[in-house]
Write a protein that binds this ligand. Structure first.
Ligand SMILES: CC(C)(COP(=O)(O)OP(=O)(O)OC[C@H]1O[C@@H](n2cnc3c(N)ncnc32)[C@H](O)[C@@H]1OP(=O)(O)O)[C@@H](O)C(=O)NCCC(=O)NCCS
Length: 198
C-alpha cells in the first residue's frame, strides 16, 4: 500500500509520524491544551495519560492499514500539536484534521502544517480532492481552510448531533480539488517570482 512520507515540512513546522515512543511528548502537548481542545475534540474531556499508548498504537495500526496517517506537529524542536490525513470521505478523497497547543496558535503554524498535509495528500495516487470538516460553532477550524484556499462546499446537521461540548452539531465542509491546488501553487510561485524581479 502506498504511504505518505514519515517526515514532512512547510515553513516553520515539521510533521513527523507519531511513534509508540512519543508518549511523553504526546502527553505534554495534550495536557497543556485541554481547555482549548475539550469544546471541539470528543476524546478530550475524558483524556487521561493512560490513553496515550492506545492512541499511539491505533495511529500505527491505521497508518499500516491506510485508514489514517497521523503526525506530530513540531516547531523549534518541540511537539506543538497533532494533525493527520484521513480516508473518511470516499474514493479519491482525503480529509485533514489538526490541533495546536494554545501557546503556538496565532502564528500561522496550523496553516503551515495543513499545507504540508495537502501537498502530501495530492502526491498520493488517485487523490483528487481534499476536505476539512469542522463544527459550525468552531470558526478557527474553518479559518485555516479559508487561508489554504479551500471553499465551503456545504453544511448540514451531523447524524450523531454534537459530539463535544462546544459543538452545535452542524458540520461545515471545505473542499479543494487537485486542479485548484495546482493553480493556486502556480499563482503563488508567479507572485513570488515577479516580486523578486522588481
Ligand atoms: C484550529 C487551530 C489549530 C487554529 O490555530 P491558529 O493558530 O488559529 O491557526 P494558524 O496557525 O493558521 O494561525 C492563524 C492565525 O495566525 C495569524 N498569523 C500570523 N502569521 C501568520 C502566517 N504567516 N500565516 C498565516 N497566519 C498567520 C493569523 O492572522 C491568524 O490569527 P487570527 O486568528 O488572530 O486572525 C487552533 O485554534 C486549535 O488547535 N483549536 C482547537 C482544536 C480545533 O478546533 N481543531 C480544528 C478542528 S477542525
Amino acid at each position: 500500500m502506498e504511504e505518505p512520507a514519515d517526515l514532512l515540512s512547510h515553513g516553520q513546522v515539521g510533521l513527523r509520524r507519531w511513534h509508540t515512543s512519543d508518549l511523553d511528548a504526546l502527553h505534554e502537548a495534550i495536557s497543556g491544551s485541554l481547555p482549548h481542545l475539550i469544546p471541539w475534540m470528543p476524546w478530550a474531556a475524558a483524556y487521561d495519560r493512560r490513553m496515550g499508548p492506545a492512541f499511539l498504537a491505533r495511529n500505527q495500526a491505521e497508518w499500516v492499514s491506510g485508514e489514517a496517517f497521523g503526525y506530530a506537529i513540531t516547531s523549534e524542536g518541540t511537539v506543538i500539536g497533532s494533525c493527520g490525513l484521513f480516508r473518511r470521505i470516499g474514493a479519491g478523497g482525503l480529509d485533514i484534521g489538526y490541533w495546536l497547543h494554545p501557546r503556538w496558535t496565532g502564528r500561522g503554524l496550523a496553516t503551515m502544517a495543513a499545507t504540508a498535509l495537502v501537498e502530501q495528500g495530492f502526491r498520493l495516487t488517485g487523490v483528487d480532492r481534499m476536505e476539512i470538516h469542522h463544527d459550525a460553532a468552531n470558526p478557527a477550524g474553518g479559518a485555516v481552510a479559508r487561508r489554504l484556499g479551500f471553499t465551503e462546499a456545504g453544511r448540514g446537521p451531523t447524524p450523531e448531533g454534537p459530539t463535544a461540548p462546544g459543538e452545535v452539531g452542524v458540520d461545515v465542509t471545505w473542499q479543494i480539488t487537485a486542479a485548484q491546488w495546482a493553480a493556486r501553487t502556480t499563482a503563488q510561485s508567479d507572485k513570488q517570482a515577479s516580486g523578486r524581479i522588481r
